[in-house]
Write a protein that binds this ligand. Structure first.
Ligand code: PBG
Length: 323
């Protein structure tokens, strides 16, 4: 009790604050998302995500090298194909944009851990995450395509696959297909608790994956639900997920904390496009100190319990952390 207890004693200077700090942030925690497109020498700025680009493979290779040099161990690849169609055939094409990007990046930076986003929405002309039948996304037919996509990424040399579609049973389907094709050693990071969120807005410009009708509420989770996240995560673990993810991160820190308390599995959180763009926009207006807010947000995601953070801030944050 005061005056015996004075908490300000341990806040006196930076050295003692460092000594009693409970949460650490390191470049090791980051997974950096890249948007890979067709062509050569392309580095097209994404207007709603300042500092992010759609890049052709040659440019993505440079970006991957820079990221690794900053101490970021991993990237996650999203593909923007030249052609989109009803069944998203670009997603599982052995010569697809992501498949070729994996090969080029692994050739150039073999130790960089390459994760791939496994989903249909960037490859379908309707922008949904699966096969459409009678105006709805057909769950079980989509599983086969997702499995083909994951196997094609593994064949190209991906280190890990990350399904983000939110179909029921996809982790099991992908695990089975990987195992049957000799990829038993490739882990799955499941977007386990992925909410139908307005925070994905800028990403859909980046990945050109806006649904052409309806929305994703019939497969992604309702933002109002907390307990359901634990059921989703537990199911994905039973189906063979090696890492589970909560997405988005910032409005879902309670979900991250619940997941951390309930499961011993490595936990990732996706600091999504809208969270990133809000910081950039407020910084551009001079309303916040963007760098300080960025570090505070990333620290809060770690404090909530995430081991890994997928973030567009990865490079700028690594630069600050590295000093
Ligand atoms: C694909 C996918 C999305 C994101 C990651 N994978 C978009 C969506 O579900 O609409 C969002 C990432 C972000 O906003 O940064 N299904």
């Amino acid at each position: 009790m005061f005056p015996v207890n004075r908490y300000r004693r341990l806040r006196k200077n930076d050295t003692i604050r460092r000594m009693v700090r409970e949460t650490s942030l390191s470049a090791d925690d980051f997974i950096y998302p890249l948007f890979v497109t067709f062509g050569k020498g392309v580095r097209k700025p994404i207007s709603s995500m300042p500092g992010c680009f759609q890049e052709s493979i040659d440019e993505a290779v440079k970006n991957a090298k820079e990221s690794y040099a900053l101490g970021i161990p991993s990237i996650i690849l999203f593909g923007i194909p030249e052609h989109k169609d009803e069944l998203g055939t670009g997603a599982y094409d052995e010569n697809g944009v992501v498949q070729n990007a994996i090969k080029a990046i692994k050739d150039a930076v073999p130790d960089l851990y390459v994760i791939t986003d496994v989903c249909m929405c960037e490859y379908t002309n309707h922008g949904h995450c699966g096969v459409i039948e009678k105006g709805e996304v057909e769950n079980d037919k989509t599983l086969r395509l997702l499995a083909m996509e994951a196997v094609s990424h593994a064949k190209a040399g991906a280190d890990m696959v990350a399904p983000s579609d939110m179909m029921d049973g996809r982790v099991g389907a992908i695990r089975g297909a990987l195992d049957e094709n000799g990829f038993g050693g490739i882990p799955i990071m499941a977007y386990a608790a992925k909410y139908a969120s307005g925070f994905y807005g800028p990403f859909r410009e980046a990945a050109e994956s806006t649904p052409q009708f309806g929305d994703r509420r019939s497969y992604q989770m309702d933002p109002a639900n907390r307990r359901e996240a634990l059921r989703e995560i537990s199911l994905d673990i039973q189906e063979g997920a090696d890492v589970v993810m909560v997405k988005p991160a910032l409005s879902y820190l309670d979900i991250i904390a619940d997941a951390r308390a309930s499961f011993a599995i490595p936990l990732a959180a996706y600091n999504v496009s809208g969270e990133y763009s809000m910081v950039k926009a407020a910084e551009q207006l001079g309303w916040i100190d963007g760098k300080r807010v960025m570090i505070e947000i990333l620290t809060s995601i770690r404090r909530a319990g995430a081991d890994l953070i997928l973030t567009y801030h990865a490079k700028e944050a690594a630069e600050i952390i590295n000093g």
